[in-house]
Design a protein around this ligand. Structure first.
Ligand code: PMP
Length: 282
């Protein structure tokens, strides 16, 4: 089935082919903007509230005034899902500071530009079942990794590094302290206790991370928001990553070393099951 993709551009629904973005958009030459990816299960936005809260927080930090309220944006995204007949997948949205001749200071009168589209895909059942491999690498990013900005070059370079090594993803560390992955958060299990990096300026405050914290509590699993080392990572009983698209994905081998038994561990499985139960049905 081939269907024209409809994009949301500002307040209008426009066919992809008819969409024109200014070459002077600051997102294009400065990466001056922010984005969000919200999962859609059964045609419904998943955890929209926390995504909008993070969007608002990033916009405030970047001093990009949002041209709409949360309710307005939410209604527009729901409409976008409908017009594209999306059942399973996600909504990508970005907001840039606007278009203006290239000059570093904020332009006096730029209008922020919103663009959003939908992508259709299924849950990653194979990697959820089997897990992925990873390689550790230096976290060379800036000190505001808590902001979801368009500046993803270090993440892109790191992900390609993983691909070049034949691995599924990277695990970043700063001088031996594990932070997160290229597009997901990282959790380890040791002696039935989960550890994950505190939600400070060094990691993105993942929405899936939040969901898993909540689920761990519900399931009576002990969880510490505490930094851990690469050494602890490699010697963990279980490792998994969390993100909107990866959900709870086991990591079974890191830097060529098997994690635990080399198979997805029991607490990872328990959290995967608990996560599945949060997915809205029709
Ligand atoms: N860390 C980074 C660097 C990311 O890009 C993402 C994905 N947006 C995450 C963590 C996971 O966040 P979420 O669970 O909200 O998708």
């Amino acid at each position: 089935m081939s269907m024209t993709q409809i994009y949301l551009y500002q307040n209008e629904f426009v066919a992809k082919e008819a969409l024109h973005i200014s070459p002077e958009d600051r997102g294009y030459y400065f990466g001056d903007g922010l984005y969000e990816v919200i999962r859609v299960y059964n045609g419904k936005l998943y955890e929209a509230g926390p995504h909008f809260a993070r969007l608002t927080r990033t916009a405030e930090a970047l001093r990009i005034p949002l041209p709409f309220t949360e309710d307005e944006l939410s209604a527009q995204l729901e409409k976008l899902i409908q017009v594209n007949e999306l059942h399973e997948g996600s909504v990508y949205m970005q907001i840039t500071r606007g278009a203006a001749p290239r000059s570093h200071p904020f332009p006096a009168s730029a209008e922020p530009i919103l663009m959003a589209y939908t992508t259709s895909y299924q849950r990653p059942v194979a990697t959820l079942e089997e897990g992925i491999t990873a390689v550790t690498t230096d976290d060379i990013r800036w000190l505001r990794c808590d902001l979801k900005t368009l500046n993803l070059l270090p993440n892109v370079m790191a992900k390609q590094h993983a691909m070049d090594q034949g691995a599924g993803d990277v695990i970043f560390h700063r001088s031996g302290t594990v932070t997160e992955s290229s597009s997901s958060n990282v959790m380890i299990v040791k002696n039935n206790v989960i550890k994950t990096h505190p939600a400070n300026n060094l990691i993105l405050h993942g929405i899936t991370r939040l969901v898993v914290l909540r689920l761990a509590k519900q399931e009576g699993i002990q969880l510490e928001e505490a930094a851990f080392t690469v050494d602890e990572l490699l010697n963990a009983d279980e490792v998994f990553i969390t993100s909107t698209t990866a959900e709870v994905t086991p990591v079974i081998q890191i830097d060529g070393k098997a994690i635990g038994s080399g198979k997805p561990g029991p607490l990872t499985r328990q959290l995967q099951t608990a996560f599945e139960a949060t997915i809205p049905s029709k």
